[in-house]
Design a protein around this ligand. Structure first.
Ligand SMILES: Nc1ncnc2c1ncn2[C@@H]1O[C@H](COP(=O)(O)OP(=O)(O)OP(=O)(O)O)[C@@H](O)[C@H]1O
Ligand SMILES: [Mg+2]
Length: 431
């Protein structure tokens, strides 16, 4: 095992450097060798019972140093790093001491670092405090954008500029979601408090891709901002992935807010895998949920309701309400959506494609309309004919069929499935 090789190497070095001093061998936090922590945690930092004095990099025959990188704001920075280090400290009584630390990968596929540390036996408190400081330095930052606090995701990721009428769904569904949220922030928070419950309400929107879940979140965020509520948006789709750390950061931000807060967590199923799952369940149960006196409403989305098992679905109180955001179910809605995306180009003939839109998500209708309008404009046609629209539908359906076949054929060749522990695996899109 790789960790055994790390420990053996570190123990031999320890014998060489501090032969008389006993040590404890620990699993360590991989964040101590993260370049962000190495840079941000400065020598001179006061820790529990000691001061941090800086670090030195070592070379080790059992580790090939390598760094990951990612975006922090607009800059690319080095992040998780495999390597060997000595961290130096001075105890409050003036005695200097050191920790030998090594981090490395177990295998080529799973990008999870394994880290070990050899710590003087009497210095565990200081080391634990140092790990906490390093983790804090590495955690994804909260950025503020158009008054939305964004954790993870890229800058252009979430834009709360969608107007409520632009979300086209069955009226009663829209109304139910909207009224649930308004009732919570209105009278609900007081009722929760009367019952000595943490004012934390949890709604899930589940539906196949492209039905408008993200759009709905954006419209509800816009509305929340207009009511002077705080909006926090958590995305797992950046290089840091779907980690509990992000949810925790969001809760810290929310708990200290003391304002009504809308907390949006997209693709929550991704957090419900592997080790983080138990912690997320704790959050949903209320053990670790934010006690924000202004009330917190969690709006979560998923397009894999199957990945959310019965422990979440069937136990009342974990998710208070589940709203299914369906594909287009009836002709009235299909026509309404098509009219919306055809806008001033709409013509009564266009309704011939309506039957083909049933069962498709909103994203499909948008693409059909945009594609047809674009080709018409390109060919200098003044209007989009029904035939053009039909061609657009057919070509998109054909493409979807081909995509399906392609993926089905690709899988046996070793197409990667997401790592079960939530860790990031390399995929061709990383390069
Ligand atoms: N119900 C809808 N009303 C109006 N437009 C829609 C609707 N559903 C989808 N669209 C259009 O399709 C685009 C993609 O939808 P959106 O990203 O909201 O889907 P999603 O449900 O979040 O999908 P995913 O599960 O893949 O994240 C929207 O930006 C919008 O232009
Ligand atoms: Mg989405």
């Amino acid at each position: 095992m790789q960790y055994e090789r790390l420990v053996q190497w570190a123990a031999a070095l320890w014998q060489e450097r501090y032969p008389a001093q006993p040590f404890t061998t620990l699993w360590a936090s991989s964040e101590c060798s993260n370049r962000i922590a190495l840079q941000q945690v400065r020598a001179g930092r006061k820790l529990k019972q000691a001061r941090y004095d800086g670090y030195a990099e070592l070379s080790s025959p059992v580790i090939v140093p390598i760094s990951d990188y990612g975006a922090r704001g607009r800059r690319m920075v080095l992040t998780a790093t495999a390597g060997a280090f000595i961290f130096r400290f001075t105890a409050d009584d003036g005695t200097p001491f050191e920790v030998i630390y090594a981090s490395s990968y177990f295998d080529d596929d799973v990008q999870d670092l394994t880290a070990i540390a050899l710590v003087p036996q009497s210095r565990l408190e200081t080391w634990a405090a140092f790990e906490v400081v390093c983790s804090r330095a590495v955690r994804p930052r909260i950025r503020r954008r158009r008054d939305v606090y964004i954790i993870g995701g890229t800058d252009a990721f979430f834009d709360p500029t969608v107007d409520w009428p632009d979300v086209i769904l069955e009226d009663s569904l829209k109304r139910d979601i909207f009224e649930d949220i308004e009732a919570f922030f209105g009278e609900g928070v007081g009722i929760y408090r009367q019952l000595k419950l943490t004012p934390f309400r949890k709604l899930l929107m589940a539906g196949v891709p492209g039905t408008g879940k993200t759009m709905l979140c954006a419209a509800l965020a816009k509305h929340a901002l207009s009511r002077r509520r705080i909006v926090v948006y958590v995305s797992g789709s950046d290089r840091d992935g779907a980690t509990f750390e992000k949810i925790q950061r969001a809760f810290q931000a929310v708990a200290s807010a003391r304002y009504p807060t809308l907390l949006i967590v997209e693709e929550i199923d991704a957090y419900l895998r592997g080790e983080d799952k138990a912690r997320i369940l704790n959050v949903l149960d209320g053990v670790e949920s934010p006690n924000n006196s202004g009330g917190t409403l969690l709006l979560a989305t998923t397009n894999y309701p199957d990945a959310i098992d019965d422990r979440v679905f069937k136990r009342p109180g974990r998710l208070d309400r589940i709203f299914v955001i369906p594909p287009i179910e009836d002709a009235t809605l299909a026509e309404q959506m098509l009219r919306h995306y055809m806008a001033e180009q709409w013509h009564a003939d266009h309704a011939v494609v309506v039957p083909k839109l049933l069962g498709q998500p909103g994203a499909f209708v948008r693409e059909v309309a945009v594609h047809a309008r674009m080709l018409a404009a390109h060919e200098r046609k003044l209007e989009v004919t029904a035939t053009m629209l039909q061609d657009s539908v057919n070509s998109l359906l054909k493409q979807m069929r081909l995509e399906g076949d392609f993926l089905a054929q690709r899988r046996p060749l070793g197409l990667e499935t997401p790592s079960p522990n939530g860790g990031r695996r390399r995929s061709p899109t990383d390069f």
